[in-house]
Write a protein that binds this ligand. Structure first.
Ligand code: SF4
Length: 783
């Protein structure tokens, strides 16, 4: 934690800098690029029935898109307007009316013909619904009946047989907190959230390396740092306004390095719409790209560190910040021994980066006095995600890039609620204000006035697996209560997910819209509960950005949809019905009362109780966590973590496959074509060199397959690292193994090995056991 306060937004330079231009041709005419003006006009058209409300949301609310964080149109990094097409696209979720009754109550098979985009466009869920086995349609029920059905089920089953889940889009800290408290009040520790499938390793790794699981610095530190590294993050696509900060950084001479298997066009050049010069002529963002193998990051980081240790042998102090290490870091000898035990050829093979290129980046970082490391799912979504992040922390600790201006570690979040969810205790390893350790539990029990169950709760993937246990099993999942989320499209192996979800007695979907998961059957009943958006909730709500800014989003006047209720209030209602004799222990009068309690239970959030007006905010932990190198660990020192290079086990003739995002916001698709590279959702991105070897031409129908499933699409040639291919998420989930979790943080593995063939070859041999034989050869996955 630090004492220095964030110093507020700065101005962009007024004069243009033609050196950064992509081209002198205005608006990137003739280039494949997003059309921001056209996209904005489309959003205006979509919201035409509710323009004044849409405008109020944009100018008064806190963005419910990604976690870059903005209140109204102002952020804390740069002066000037902050808005992007992601925010504009999700806007419609807040302004649309209810689903037409004739459609809502149509035959379930009619609804099932729609994909999630079509279902989303139908409108909001207006009142509670139920569908039992044999019912062809959803029926309307009262809130009272709905809540009683759920409460009665909870009373009947063992708490270990129930689970809660919450998404991260639009959910406020108040809702997370109430869920964390209500679930423990009901004796249920199976509570998890969407950050499990994106950033759980970031929190786990940073906690073990520096004692705190959050970004240590600010976006402002990008602007003027010597080196800004994006590792496995396509921030330009997923947090679009970050490109404005990148532009500002370039103007201050910052070098931007991108590490990714695919030379992502959005991170190379960008036309920032809110900066006239950039909107007209584009901005060259990346100074250098390192195309690493999928899963080769640990070897790459070992290569950087190995070169540093070699430099130190020749000339002490030439690579490491010895003074910083001496005062603030543990574990140097162990790390050195591990890193030096690897030969260069091992590191080159695993990373796919040559020794010379690893030297280059190592030397750039060694001669820099500051650097910020930003990462995302390219590093986290591996079965060794926590180890990946620990190595990034190693790089920062060895160079002393921590706890001061222009330096830091930043897991950039994709959902507006991801940062707050764990800090509020809505996951199986956290409670508000800390972990599950006895001290924190006892402290909370004293405040809450009830006992917190001690058994270890399950992560979302394991809860789904538990639904297939025998009925009498202690952990057989019988009730799954989800706020938002669409597991069918976000978790690996959709067939398995469908089977699991349908094997649960009662499934509750608390949501604003229907999605494909909502339409699955359940053994006793599927209930759909209409939730309010964050802008409708009385008393407003708060959300925490990647840089730990806690923003207040007020209730915004406008139309309300049917019987939708505030999410925290629904949880409290449920808790009171299950345990009416203790209802006083779980009641909240209003959102303000929740914030007052959060300030007590989560000490970092002291200050949240003062947020009540539009624009109110504070940053927990000060501008820099670990300020002056003092970490939040027991001895105040950062821990270097030595790890093995993962065994990737890719047999000859196979590719690694990973997933990427196109024009979408998490699993919500906004366009079938990616505006940055013109790829369709079902294109398989591969390198032309690999394609030639397989005699595949651009546009050919291809099949990628392994023992988990098949993906049929078309070949698209892009500059992706040879030996690696990419498919869009969630369409490519059929290739991803289920039940493979990262050891420390439980994130599912989203990468695997596949064979790629022309569709005609694949289908010609499909009936001759040829495929089965090839599949058998694919015993490549661990666990
Ligand atoms: S970059 Fe993120 S926080 Fe900013 S407007 Fe876009 S979606 Fe919202």
């Amino acid at each position: 934690m630090g004492n220095t306060k964030h110093s507020g937004p700065i101005k962009l330079p007024k004069k243009p800098d033609p050196k950064l231009w992509v081209s002198k041709v205005p608006f990137g005419l003739g280039k494949v690029k997003p059309h921001h003006i056209r996209d904005t006009m489309k959003v205006v058209w979509e919201n035409k029935d509710n323009i004044p409300y849409a405008t109020r949301i944009l100018t008064q609310g806190v963005c419910d898109g990604c976690a870059l964080g903005v209140s109204g149109l102002k952020d804390q990094t740069l002066t000037g307007p902050h808005v992007c097409t992601t925010r504009l696209n999700v806007l419609r979720l807040n302004t649309m009316g209810a689903i037409k009754e004739s459609i809502l109550h149509s035959d379930i098979d009619h609804l099932r013909k729609m994909n999630s985009t079509e279902l989303r466009k139908l409108g909001r869920v207006p009142y509670p619904l139920i569908r039992k086995p044999g019912d062809r349609k959803f029926s309307r029920i009262s809130w009272d009946v709905a809540m009683d059905v759920i409460a009665e089920k909870i009373k009947k089953i063992d708490p270990k047989q129930a689970a809660f889940y919450t998404t991260s889009r639009g959910i406020t800290n108040e809702v997370y907190y109430t869920l964390a408290k209500v679930s423990r009040f009901l004796g249920i520790n199976n509570v998890d959230n969407a950050s499990r499938i994106c950033h759980s390793p970031s929190k786990t790794a940073l906690s073990r390396s520096i004692g705190v699981g959050a970004s240590t610095c600010n976006y402002k530190d990008w602007i003027g740092t010597d080196v800004l590294v994006f590792w496995g993050s396509v921030a330009a696509n997923n947090q679009p306004v970050s490109t404005k900060y990148m532009y500002a950084a370039k103007r201050k001479g910052t070098k931007i390095i991108i590490i990714n298997p695919y030379h992502e066009p959005a991170m190379d050049k960008y036309w920032v719409p809110s900066i006239a010069e950039s909107a007209l002529f584009g901005t060259k963002i990346a100074d250098d790209f390192y195309q690493v193998n999928i899963g080769g990051d640990i070897a790459f980081m070992h290569g950087i560190m190995k070169h540093w240790f070699e430099m130190e042998e020749k000339s002490p102090g030439s690579a490491l910040n010895l003074e910083f290490i001496d005062a603030h870091v543990n574990g140097l000898d162990e790390l050195r021994e591990k890193v030096m035990s690897y030969q260069w050829n091992q590191l080159e093979k695993s990373s796919g980066i040559s020794k010379e290129r690893m030297h280059e980046l190592a030397e750039l970082l060694a001669k820099s006095s500051s650097a910020v490391f930003v990462w995302s799912m390219g590093l986290t979504q591996h079965r060794f995600g926590t180890d990946n992040i620990s190595q990034v922390a190693n790089l920062a600790l060895l160079r002393g890039f921590l706890g001061k201006e222009y330096c830091g570690l930043m897991p950039i979040r994709g959902h507006s609620g991801v940062q707050g969810s764990a800090e509020m205790g809505a996951d199986p390893f956290s409670l508000p204000g800390g972990g599950l350790d006895e001290n924190n539990r006892k402290r909370l029990e004293a405040i809450w006035g009830f006992e917190i169950p001690e058994w270890q709760g399950d992560i979302v993937g394991v809860s789904l697996e538990n639904s297939l246990l025998p009925a009498e099993h202690e952990r057989k999942l019988k009730l799954y209560y989800m706020s938002g989320g669409n597991f069918l499209e976000t978790m690996p192996d959709p067939n398995f997910v469908a089977e699991s979800m349908e094997n649960i007695d009662i499934r509750v979907h608390q949501d604003i819209i229907l999605n494909t998961s909502t339409l699955l059957d359940a053994k006793e009943a599927v209930l759909v509960l209409p939730a309010m958006t964050r802008y409708e909730q009385p008393g407003g709500g708060t959300s925490t950005s990647t840089e730990r800014m806690v923003y207040f989003s007020p209730e915004i006047k406008g139309p309300r949809v049917g019987e939708a209720r505030t999410e925290w209030e629904i949880y409290v209602d449920l808790a009171k019905r299950v345990k009416p004799e203790h209802k006083d222990l779980i009641d909240f009068k209003d959102a303000y009362e929740i914030r007052k309690e959060i300030a007590k239970t989560a000490p970092n959030y002291d200050g949240i109780q003062n947020l009540k007006n539009k624009g109110d905010l504070f940053q927990w932990g000060g501008a820099w966590l670990c300020e002056d190198g003092i970490c939040n660990t027991t001895d105040g020192k950062g821990n270097l973590i030595a790890v093995e290079i993962p065994e990737l086990r890719k047999p000859e003739g196979h590719f690694y496959v990973t997933t990427r995002r196109g024009k979408q916001f998490n699993s919500m698709i906004y366009d079938e074509k990616d505006p940055f590279n013109a790829a369709d959702r079902y294109d398989l991105l591969l390198n032309e060199v690999d394609a030639k070897e397989l005699n595949i031409k651009e546009g050919d129908a291809i099949v990628a397959f392994n023992q988990y499933g098949t993906f049929t699409g078309r070949a698209k040639f892009v500059p992706v690292k040879t030996g690696n291919v990419e498919v869009h998420w969630p369409e490519g989930n059929s290739l991803i193994p289920k039940g493979v979790y990262e050891d420390y943080a439980g994130i599912p593995e989203y990468n695997t090995a596949v064979i790629v063939e022309k569709a005609e070859t694949y289908y010609a041999h499909k009936d001759t056991k040829y495929v089965e034989k090839r599949v058998e050869e694919l015993e490549v996955e661990p666990h």
